[in-house]
Design a protein around this ligand. Structure first.
Ligand code: ZN
Ligand code: ZN
Length: 417
């Protein structure tokens, strides 16, 4: 039997499940192999009871050690965060940057966060505050911050995230000209460690212009936020405002050849990243109806460079705010990866959720390719796509829990040759 550690329980890297060509089997108290027994049953019971922390934060010290992925010599822990939200540095938002960071770190026990105030509100003094606060709150191993802002052009809104402290003295802000397009933004950002993340792509007055493509500087899309889901028009939870222009959804972008991993965020305008509260009413026109999304990231450790590497690798998944464990692989490839193959590889899924999984769907090229109703807190499966033909396909996992929460793995791109 081929052993792979799937769920990392503690510092000694004890594992908890098997992964073979046929798929996963989850260990229970009843079928422990000897290698597990040596750590003591009392510890394992504690670990099993903890594996699904109820959707309440656990201490920083324990986080990341509860779940993980392993492949040959690589090991990744699961961390949670929110990469999109606003403080009073944005004209129509409230709450100080300190409140923003403190809420993420203390109230929601997030592992990483970005404060992304609007470009049109930014002054040199505010940009200095953004940089200083990101530095002040960054604690390697405990809490990761990013210097960031939001670019709000009429080509669509994008979070601009920097992977280091080497950032421009003045940012590129929106302009109402055709020259100030995403290509110009990417050109401006090219000399920095930077990436852009489009958001509310179909759900707001400003939709995303997907004719601009850059799979290097734009490896991710925000599929869900307090606005709702942008997966496809009508995808629940449905945004308060939805564009009638076709071709704006995340699936439209993937079908057009964008290679985008998924993240879930808040877009809070009340300095409450990761908030469980549903409604935010703002001064003018904007109603944020839903709970904050969250992003799960599989990273080597909780430092800015490793979280950054995981973002670039699209080793991310999005949820409507629930914390769960999700492993989606094709062959030996994690979510977010791309590879070529001559033959169909095993598509393997393992999910552990805090509420019963009502619907599990595998989406292929925008359409449901496989679905089942596990009606259980835990599920695993393995299957092959017998219909694979030469060409590129993308696959991702979509989950709906009985309590209404949803989750999406980043896609995996397979080039069948
Ligand atoms: Zn926006
Ligand atoms: Zn925003």
């Amino acid at each position: 039997m081929l052993w792979r550690s799937i769920v990392v329980l503690n510092e000694v890297n004890t594992f908890f499940g098997t992964h073979t060509a046929e798929g996963y089997s989850v260990l229970t108290r009843g079928n422990l192999p000897d290698s597990i027994k040596i750590i003591g049953k009392h510890f394992l019971k504690k670990a099993i009871d903890k594996i699904f922390p109820p959707d309440i934060p656990v201490s920083h010290r324990d986080k990341g050690k509860l779940y993980g992925l392993m492949r040959s010599d690589q090991q990744f822990n699961l961390y949670w965060g929110d990469l999109h939200g606003h403080s009073s540095l944005s004209t129509e938002a409230v709450g100080s940057p300190d409140e923003y960071y403190d809420y993420a770190r203390t109230s929601r026990k997030l592992d990483f966060v970005a404060l992304t105030d609007h470009d049109y509100s930014m002054t040199p003094a505010k940009w200095r505050i953004i940089r200083d606060k990101a530095a002040e709150y960054y604690q390697p191993g405990v809490f990761v911050t990013f210097i960031a802002y939001e670019w709000t052009s009429h080509f669509g809104h994008k979070v601009v995230l920097f992977g280091s402290t080497e950032v421009p003295e003045t940012i590129m802000v929106r302009a109402r000209t055709d020259e100030a397009n995403p290509h110009a933004l990417w050109q401006f950002l090219d000399q920095y460690q930077a990436l852009t993340i489009p958001h509310h792509t179909l759900s707001f007055q400003v939709t995303t212009d997907w004719s601009y493509q850059n799979n290097v500087l734009q490896p991710l899309v925000e599929i869900y936020s307090k606005h709702g889901s942008c997966e496809f028009p009508g995808s629940p939870p449905v945004p308060y405002k939805i564009s009638s222009t076709p071709g704006k959804s995340v699936i439209d972008a993937l079908n057009a050849g964008h290679r985008l991993g998924f993240i879930g965020c808040s877009d809070t305008h009340c300095s409450k990243p990761g908030s469980e509260k549903s409604m935010e009413l703002l001064t003018h026109r904007l109603v944020l109806k839903y709970q904050s999304g969250l992003t799960g990231i599989y990273a080597e450790n909780l430092t800015r460079p490793k979280i950054w590497a995981a973002l670039l690798a699209r080793r991310t998944f999005a949820t409507t705010g629930v914390r769960l464990f999700l492993d989606f692989r094709i062959g030996d490839h994690f979510m977010g990866e791309q590879f070529s193959t001559h033959s169909a590889q095993t598509i393997a899924v393992w999910v552990e959720a805090p509420a019963p999984i009502e619907l599990l769907e595998i989406v292929k090229n925008g359409l449901v390719f496989y679905s089942e109703n596990p009606n259980d807190l835990s599920t695993s499966l393995a299957l092959k796509d017998a219909a694979s033909e030469p060409g590129t396909c993308y696959y991702y996992l979509r989950l709906t829990l009985q309590d209404g929460h949803r989750a999406w793995s980043s896609p995996i791109w397979v080039d069948y040759v």
